[in-house]
Unconditional design. Structure first.
Length: 378
């Protein structure tokens, strides 16, 4: 630990000191179940992360643990016993089963847990709304459902999972759930994108994490949720060339960005505390064993005037004009249907290229993004 004063300062706070004392005296059992019951959950979650990272507690998925903790608080606050029973069954037989299946294959990101919370919140809102209308769930008619969906549609859309589960389990009649598509955001203009790339490459007053994150979005069309899952092992340097493993095969990195990456790797943040001293994450977070939150990464870019979603779309639309959509999908970790759709929208000459296993990577993004030749060249 490079800065032990930070750890000592944290221990001096009342809540951590109490938890550590209770662990030492046996008043608090050293189990996940005991930590789940603690009222000061933020401090408890931080300490539990440290204990898992150090091997004192068995490793469990942090996002799943936080959702389970939130779920108990949420259900305890439901005043109608029948509503609480139904929501608990929905959580056990649908939500938790789905989340645990995801955890079995890969760490759970923030998005699935957030989606599950929204499903619970809107499911409860629906049940309360029906009760106030004097309608039981099993007596709900299509007109009721249409009225529910007609107002605040996108806020209430997470209730669709609960409605579908209820219909499949004979808790309500089988009715039609109407869907409505969100209007896609227009991509960032090519001029704005090129200008932002040049700024990220040359402006040293911008923090290194923000520069690297921005370049991964604007050059390689990577979403924040995928960027935070990159590890230092995904940056491959054989002494001559640098590649990044977004998909298969790894994607070439132009020399200016490779140099910036090497500088960043030698100066990654959040490695000077007890939480992440040996972190393998490309963007280490402040919590033990965790990368930074996607929201944090997006905030880096928003502060620089770079809209992540629009910037990513702009990069993808540019790349599909240079390389067949299925090949690009393979190299950048996309599903080929997504890149094929973007290719068709962009009028790519490769739009009809067949999907399959291909052996070429994404193009090295050199001499495409500047007003002068060689802006990104070696």
């Amino acid at each position: 630990m490079q800065r032990p004063i930070l750890g000592l300062g944290w221990i001096q706070n009342a809540q951590p000191r109490t938890l550590l004392r209770d662990l030492a005296t046996g008043r608090l059992a050293l189990t996940h179940e005991a930590f789940q019951q603690l009222p000061n959950w933020r401090t408890a979650a931080y300490l539990r992360d440290l204990l898992m990272q150090s091997g004192v507690l068995p490793l469990k998925d942090r996002q799943l643990l936080l959702f389970e903790r939130w779920l108990e608080i949420h259900l305890d606050a439901v005043t109608d016993p029948e509503h609480a029973r139904l929501l608990r069954r929905f959580a056990i037989w649908h939500q938790l089963r789905k989340l645990r299946a995801k955890v079995a294959n890969a760490p759970l990101g923030n998005s699935p847990a957030r989606e599950a919370r929204e499903q619970q919140i809107q499911a409860l809102a629906l049940l309360i709304w029906l009760t106030r209308r004097g309608t039981a769930l099993n007596d709900t008619q299509q007109a009721d459902l249409d009225t529910w969906q007609s107002k605040n549609y996108f806020t209430r859309r997470p209730s669709h999972a609960f409605l579908t589960w209820c219909m499949n389990n004979n808790n309500m009649p089988v009715l039609s759930i109407h869907t409505r598509q969100t209007a896609p955001q227009p991509p960032m203009s090519q001029h704005h994108r090129i200008s932002a790339i040049q700024r990220l490459l040359t402006e040293k007053t911008i923090s290194l994490p923000a520069r690297i994150a921005g370049l991964l979005v604007l050059l390689y069309a990577q979403p924040a949720t995928r960027i935070v899952k990159l590890t230092i092992s995904d940056i491959i340097n054989d002494g001559n060339t640098t590649t990044i493993r977004f998909g298969d095969p790894p994607t070439p990195v132009p020399a200016p960005i490779a140099r910036l990456l090497q500088e960043y790797l030698a100066n990654r943040p959040n490695l000077d505390t007890a939480t992440n001293p040996g972190s393998h994450w490309l963007f280490p977070g402040q919590r033990a064993g965790q990368p930074i939150h996607p929201v944090t990464l997006r905030s880096f870019l928003h502060k620089l005037g770079i809209p992540p979603q629009r910037g990513r779309t702009s990069a993808l639309r540019h790349l599909v004009l240079q390389i067949p959509a299925p090949v690009l999908a393979q190299a950048l970790g996309y599903h080929h249907t997504s890149t094929t759709r973007i290719a068709a929208q962009a009028g790519s000459p490769w739009a009809s290229y067949a999907a399959g296993k291909h052996n070429c990577g994404a193009p090295e993004p050199t001499r495409q993004y500047g007003t002068r030749p060689g802006v990104l060249g070696g």
